[in-house]
Design a protein around this ligand. Structure first.
Ligand SMILES: [Zn+2]
Length: 169
């Protein structure tokens, strides 16, 4: 399993609902957590590793690792906040993204237990960023046009050898 990069069409598909939270899903959650840690990220979603399923993991500072399966965004605050984001699928690019300040989400964990969570700060941001991956949306899509052009050019320039191809090594 490897992390797919911007330009890979699999990142643009809408992920499918998970029908049964079984051992396979549990081990996918573990793999996602493992790859997220190795990449020094704070979140990773199924589509980023070529599994078009509605699952993502998040682990922010001073919190426990969390697994979200078939998440629903119940509510987001009208108040928005700008914060710098990066993405394991868009390495080397960081940019300010405007998002709701808080989010209320409902999901199932890897044990098949449903939960509700109200989050703010970095946790809310990570949840919204990862949820976007399930919809085929990347953080660069949320940038103002001039900033998005800058990000795309910078990304392509930094990896001309992998443009349009799966990541190497
Ligand atoms: Zn991402």
């Amino acid at each position: 399993m490897e992390i797919l990069l911007l330009g890979n069409e699999q990142l643009r598909q809408k992920a499918e609902r998970i029908k049964t939270i079984d051992g396979e899903i549990k081990s996918l959650a573990e793999d996602l957590l493992d790859m997220m840690r190795r990449g020094k990220g704070i979140g990773l979603a199924g589509p980023q590793v070529g599994r078009a399923l509605r699952i993502f993991v998040v682990h922010v500072d001073k919190d426990t690792p969390r697994v979200f399966i078939n998440p629903s965004i119940i509510e987001t605050s009208t108040e928005t906040v700008k914060y710098e984001e990066g993405c394991l699928s868009v390495p080397g690019i960081w940019a300010d993204v405007l998002r709701p300040k808080t989010v209320r989400v409902q999901a199932w964990n890897e044990k098949g237990r449903p939960f509700n969570l109200e989050a703010g700060g970095i946790l809310a941001r990570a949840i919204l960023h990862e949820y976007d991956h399930l919809e085929g949306v990347l953080f660069v899509d949320r940038l103002p046009e001039h900033k998005r052009d800058w990000a795309m050019k910078k990304f392509e320039k930094s990896r001309p050898h992998v443009k349009g191809k799966p990541p190497q090594g």
